[in-house]
Ligand binder design. Structure first.
Ligand code: IPD
Ligand code: CA
Ligand code: CA
Length: 284
């Protein structure tokens, strides 16, 4: 039965088309603002940046999504008070939503501010708490990563598959330096200290969503970070899963929208990966 209020919702395809359109439009606009933003503010800490471009990107996406799907719910980073408690609460407030769009209008704002070309627009659609569409768009490389639940994941139209490394010693793993320096950063540093000598190498390029997309594309073996938010991870989680990888929290529990401490990998080295973090007491 079609829903009279949402005549254009006939299949997952129209959701996906809107997600792609939003990400492409926002990404193209963000690119024109590189080196050209007007206002830089800090949020939760002096390491947590926001510009008018983050806010403008979110407005653009929100307007487009709600034009197509006026009865859907929307959770965007810039509509939420800064800090981990407010983020968790904002997600809890939307827990009853049937369709929920989860958006990071620029993931990698620090990079955007410095002109370091590694930032994305991240858009996910969850149905009853489960991500069914994930889009991560890198405007600098014009690469669009897309996944639909049960239908695989693609980068610029090409099917993605996670990498094949089976050991830590052959793995290239990414992490982040969280803006929360009280709780998240010290834990992540413990993980970095433990993993650095065990893996082929570590990377930290400043966009959790793009790191997740790179795990999906087989360019990274794994990614972990403490203290992330739903909008950093929702789209990327589906990309990794639909590319044959695994996404859990750092203690090994299955991914859900509330996960803040994430470990994503090709699956083959997930066990030693989690074990190394546990031994280092770097998981919570
Ligand atoms: C940040 C990026 C960064 C990660 C931080 C995030 P933002 O998101 O994903 O890689 O280390 O923890 O907050 O603030 O650029 O949207
Ligand atoms: Ca982010
Ligand atoms: Ca952001």
């Amino acid at each position: 039965m079609s829903d009279q209020r949402e005549p254009s919702v006939v299949s997952g395809k129209s959701f996906t088309a809107v997600a792609i359109n939003c990400a492409a439009k926002a990404g193209e606009w963000i690119k024109t603002k590189l080196g050209n933003y007007n206002r830089l503010d800090t949020k939760y800490s002096s390491h947590d940046l926001v510009t008018e471009v983050d806010k403008g990107s979110e407005q653009l996406i929100k307007k487009l999504v709600l034009t197509h799907f006026p009865h859907h719910s929307f959770l965007g980073e810039e509509g939420v008070e800064p800090g981990p408690e407010a983020s968790a609460q904002a997600l809890a407030d939307k827990s009853e939503a049937e369709y929920l769009w989860i958006v990071d209008p620029i993931d990698g704002t620090t990079n955007f501010v410095h002109g370091f070309p590694f930032f994305v627009v991240s858009i996910a659609l969850a149905y009853k708490g489960e991500v069914i569409v994930g889009v991560v768009y890198d405007p600098m490389k014009d690469e669009l990563f897309l996944a639909e639940k049960g239908k695989g994941a693609y980068v610029s139209g090409k099917r993605m598959q996670v990498s094949k490394e089976e050991t830590l010693s052959s793995s290239l793993i990414a992490t982040g330096f969280p803006a929360d320096h009280l709780y998240a950063l010290p834990l992540n540093l413990k993980g970095i200290q433990a993993l650095a000598p065990q893996v082929r190498n570590l990377r930290s390029s400043g966009s959790a969503a793009l790191h997740m997309a790179y795990v999906a594309a087989g360019r990274l073996t794994g990614f972990w970070e403490i203290g992330l938010n739903s909008w950093d991870l929702a789209a990327g989680s589906l990309l990794v899963q639909e590319s044959g990888g695994i996404v859990t929290d750092t203690q090994g529990k299955s991914y859900h929208l509330g996960v803040r401490n994430v470990a994503a990998s090709n699956g083959l080295m997930h066990e030693p990966f989690l074990k190394a973090l546990a031994v280092a007491e770097a998981t919570e």
